[in-house]
Every structure is written in C-alpha cells, then in structure tokens.
Write a protein that binds this ligand. Structure first.
Ligand SMILES: [Zn+2]
Ligand SMILES: [Zn+2]
Length: 176
C-alpha cells in the first residue's frame, strides 16, 4: 500500500505491529528485524520477554484506536499510546529522502518501536481523521488497515479480502 500521501510512512509500522502474528516466542524480535529500516543502524533488535509483552500491548493499543467508535474513545486510546512514547524527533536523509525519525537514535529497540508507532499513528489520525483507520470487514480476517482511498470508502485490508468477500456475498445471494 502507498502511504506517501499521508506524510508519515511510520503509520505503516503501526499497522504492521497491530497485525503481527504473535504465535512464536520471539515474534517481536523477528518483527523488529523485518522492519529494521525504522531503527538506527547498530540497534540491538533482540527484545526480552518483558519487552516482547510491551510490544504486544502497543500493538493492542493501535488496534484499540482502529476499533474506536467515537472521537472521545479515539482521544483516550491515542493518548494511552502516546503516554508510552519518548519522542525526540530529528530530520534525516539516511535513505536519500528527507524525512523525520521520532525516537532518539541511541534509544533501545523497544523505545524506538513504541515511539515511532505512537507518533506515526497519531500524526495520520490527527491530520486525516480517525475514520481512516479501520478493521477489515472480511470474515475471519480482523487486520487493521489504513484507508488511503480518495473517498475513504474502504472496508477491507487488501484486494484479496475484498474479492473473497464479494465472492462470498455473491454465493450467498445465489443460494438465497
Ligand atoms: Zn528513516
Ligand atoms: Zn482482511
């Protein structure tokens, strides 16, 4: 998905964390390794058991924001997420493009992860509206997604879920 229009790629990290598969023991370390481009080079991306639980709670808060049914709920849940962050933003062009990083470069992996997720998500929700963040309507999916469509009409996390649901609805109609 293309998040460029949102002015914050960091929201992608937030959505991915909310959707991360937590079945394996070291899932958070794996998650950080897969998303290493968000961490300062040289950061130890191995998370302890306690840090892994904390990363899971951060993912839960992202999902809670996506599930919120009112602006009051969004404010409360977003602030709970921001309370975990330790922002120290700085501009960088380490990958060629000028952009912001939100956590202190010398911070540990968990602090970088939590801060980037909280700041990236908050920025997008505040600038583009909390209705843009949703949970996939396809049966058995439950992925958090960011709606980047022009008119904000998306209900599914992916084209796969969208067509799967279209086919299911069609079959249901045929039966009925
Ligand atoms: Zn960067
Ligand atoms: Zn889905």
């Amino acid at each position: 998905m293309d998040y460029d229009d949102y002015g914050s790629d960091a929201v992608e990290l937030a959505v991915d964390l909310a959707n991360a598969d937590r079945d394996a023991d070291g899932w958070a370390s794996t998650f950080c390794a897969v998303h290493h481009e968000w961490f300062t080079e040289g950061t130890v991306l191995e998370l302890s058991r306690r840090e892994t639980t904390a990363a899971g709670s951060t993912g839960d808060l992202v999902r809670a924001v996506a599930l919120a049914g009112s602006q009051a709920e969004v404010v409360e849940r977003l602030n709970a997420l921001l309370a975990l962050a330790s922002p120290k933003p700085y501009a960088t062009d380490h990958d060629g493009a000028l952009h912001l990083h939100y956590a202190a470069p010398e911070a540990g992996a968990l602090e970088q992860l939590t801060t980037t997720v909280a700041m990236g998500l908050s920025q997008v929700v505040v600038q583009h509206g909390w209705q843009r963040l949703g949970v996939c309507a396809a049966e058995g999916c439950g992925n958090v997604y960011l709606d980047t469509s022009r008119n904000g009409s998306r209900r599914y996390c992916s084209n796969t879920c969208s067509s799967r649901s279209t086919v299911a609805a069609y079959r249901a109609r045929q039966k009925g």
